[in-house]
Design a protein around this ligand. Structure first.
Ligand SMILES: [Zn+2]
Length: 283
């Protein structure tokens, strides 16, 4: 079995009302930082990119602060996007699906359900469509017809490479998938938007972008099971990722993840004063 390192790259951030980040939080003016990450798997074979972030133009249009644009991160890490062979898409939201034009040769992997969601009647709802960028979706249609997009039918677990599997986790969008990676410290799950914040999972307060909040809660249990009952879970938008995984990979906004976090997940997000339960590590 191959073992991999996960590089988590924080490429942008924005400050939002906390009520926009946690379902059921009061609109009391409190603010919450939302970080944006993408991920690269290295060390187990040809690098595998997981999501791609957005570019500087999108950052400006959506008023996000771009701190380490993905193209710059690739050059810092000495990885040539033109030589990347595989990009795994967790879903097609704008903050995950931009920059596909950086990869001239890669094949992309996505759930068929996500493609159907992003090109189907759900997009008649403006609030749902807001999270998708038409230019990104157009490029994925093009990739499909160019024979470079592998759509996974159904919800089955699929192996991307030895030690790397993808798993459907509904709740955020119709076709979200998470990536389970074998590292030398055990399995680590890149949760993507199945878990924006550790506190969401701990307190059962999902980020309020979902198809069904009950599915979000089921998704948290699925993440814990995929981590074999351990704490190897990487949240998609939590500033705590950089504290929990302190091994820097040549830049303050890039961490190397090769096992469980350095601190218990229950310690994450100290701004929450109303924590009800400890992080549940039951498998
Ligand atoms: Zn999303």
């Amino acid at each position: 079995m191959n073992v991999w390192d996960i590089l988590a790259i924080r490429y942008a951030h924005v400050d939002l009302p906390r009520s926009s980040c946690f379902l059921g939080e009061p609109k009391d003016g409190a603010m919450q930082r939302l970080d944006f990450y993408f991920w690269i798997l290295t060390g187990g074979g040809s690098p595998i990119v997981v999501d791609m972030g957005f570019n500087a133009e999108v950052a400006a249009r959506r008023r996000r602060v771009a701190t380490l644009p993905p193209d710059r991160a690739f050059s810092l890490l000495n990885i040539d996007p033109d030589r990347v062979e595989r990009v795994v898409m967790t879903h097609l939201h704008y903050d995950h699906a931009g920059n596909s034009d950086l990869f001239s040769k890669a094949r992309f992997t996505l759930r068929a359900k996500e493609m159907a969601f992003a090109t189907g009647p759900a997009m008649n709802d403006a609030a749902t469509a807001h999270h998708y960028a038409a230019d990104d979706i157009r490029r994925f249609v093009r990739l499909l017809h160019d024979g470079r997009l592998d759509l996974i039918d159904g919800d089955d677990q699929v192996e991307i490479a030895p030690g790397v599997t993808v798993h459907a986790v509904p709740g955020h969008t119709d076709g979200l998938q998470v990536v389970r990676v074998t590292t030398r410290g055990g399995p680590v799950v890149i949760a993507s938007d199945a878990c924006h914040y550790y506190a969401s999972m701990r307190d059962g307060k999902p980020f309020p972008t979902f198809t069904d909040p009950r599915l979000k809660l089921i998704g948290y249990e699925r993440l814990k099971a995929l981590a074999d009952g351990g704490e190897g879970i990487v949240a998609a938008h939590d500033p705590e990722v950089l504290r929990l995984f302190p091994d820097r990979a040549g830049h303050p906004d890039i961490v190397r993840i090769a096992g469980e976090p350095a601190f218990p997940l229950v310690s994450a997000a100290p701004f929450l004063s109303n924590a009800r339960t400890e992080f549940n590590v039951d498998p």
